[in-house]
Design a protein around this ligand. Structure first.
Ligand SMILES: [Zn+2]
Ligand SMILES: [Zn+2]
Length: 338
């Protein structure tokens, strides 16, 4: 079968790889849609320290069960649709011992530490498949990135009493907007330029602040009666937004970092104490987050096609990452369809 491999910086090509077969407890999953993640883009650009090359990228996967191994429960029947949870935890590290497997020290993610979904079929343990026959496979491929945003909302203990500022409305930030709105919170979305703020509004953001044209701190102050936000979720990954989160949050508020700043960040730390902040990291997502997103998308009246910027047929998958590099600013999600 064909697979797309990232071979080096800026280089990807199709290769023939052996077709996998499911062992006991495993399913063969036919891949229909793979959405590309920022981590795939970083691998392609030579900026992902976690990955060794060559690697088949892609961990945001929607498709259907094509075959099952021995001992797989009957519910995982051939032809049923679903999505793949792309993380594998070690089971023994401090996070795993605490049941927080999404933050496993030795986590292996499809497309990063093991080959991913930009191919025809993959074999995964049946526990990694979340079945859903109502959502289209292209929407199932959006569940993982949205789940990462939902997880940040859960980390921030967001409730209906909260005003939440989400810094950055890329795909993960959009998941945080949707997740916080889903909890009943009032959401202020911040991005640069109007396009992503328009989409954030469709996912329930009550306010949008264009950081390229407005004073974000002044607007948040005005919108919160001078208090600041109860929760700030940082989904950009720049030093400036890391420190801005601490400035924008209210006294005794919560700051959640999903963004990954590639450079060191310098803080004036007095607000950590003075405001008695909860400063929280957020990594990947739990099975509960995945299920919450599936449920959310199932109930949503409008399908989430506005999150998909461009779809490439599988035969042209080698053009998808170069496209994303060229169109970074205007792109929310690039997807491959098979
Ligand atoms: Zn992802
Ligand atoms: Zn672990």
């Amino acid at each position: 079968m064909k697979a797309l491999m990232i071979e080096g910086e800026g280089v990807c090509a199709f290769h023939d790889v052996p077709a996998p077969r499911p062992g006991p407890g495993e399913v063969l999953f036919a891949i229909r849609h793979v959405a590309l993640c920022g981590s795939d883009l970083n691998t392609f650009k030579g900026l992902n320290p976690l990955v060794s090359l060559p690697r088949i990228p892609g961990h945001e996967i929607g498709g259907e069960i094509a075959a099952v191994g021995a001992g797989v429960p009957d519910v995982f029947a051939v032809g049923r649709r679903g999505l793949v949870v792309p993380y594998t935890s070690c089971g023994t590290c401090p996070s795993c011992r605490r049941g927080r497997v999404n933050a496993c020290r030795g986590n292996r993610t499809l497309g990063v530490q093991q080959d991913g979904g930009l191919t025809e079929h993959i074999v995964v343990p049946h526990e990694k498949v979340i079945l859903n026959d109502t959502l289209a496979p292209r929407h199932l491929a959006l569940v993982e990135p949205l789940s990462v945003g939902f997880h940040a909302v859960a980390r921030g203990r967001v409730s209906a009493d909260d005003t939440v500022v989400v810094l950055g409305c890329g795909m993960i930030g959009m998941g945080a907007v949707a997740g916080a709105v889903h909890q009943g919170a009032r959401v202020i979305a911040v991005d640069v330029g109007a396009a992503k703020l328009d989409i954030a509004a469709r996912y329930g953001a009550a306010e949008g602040i264009d950081g390229s044209a407005e004073d974000v701190a002044a607007r948040v102050e005005a919108l919160t009666g001078g208090d600041g936000a109860d929760v700030v979720i940082e989904a950009v990954g720049l030093p400036a937004t890391f420190t801005q989160a601490v400035d924008l949050v209210a006294f005794s508020g919560r700051v959640v970092y999903i963004g990954y700043a590639k450079e060191p960040v310098t803080y004036k730390t007095q607000f950590f104490n003075m405001k008695e902040l909860d400063i929280l990291g957020s990594r990947n997502a739990t099975i509960d987050d995945f299920r919450a997103v599936v449920d959310y998308l199932d109930r949503r009246e409008t399908p989430p096609d506005d999150l998909i910027t461009k779809v490439f047929p599988f035969a042209e998958a080698d053009q998808a990452l170069p496209y994303w590099v060229a169109e970074r600013e205007s792109t929310l999600k690039v997807m491959i369809e098979r």
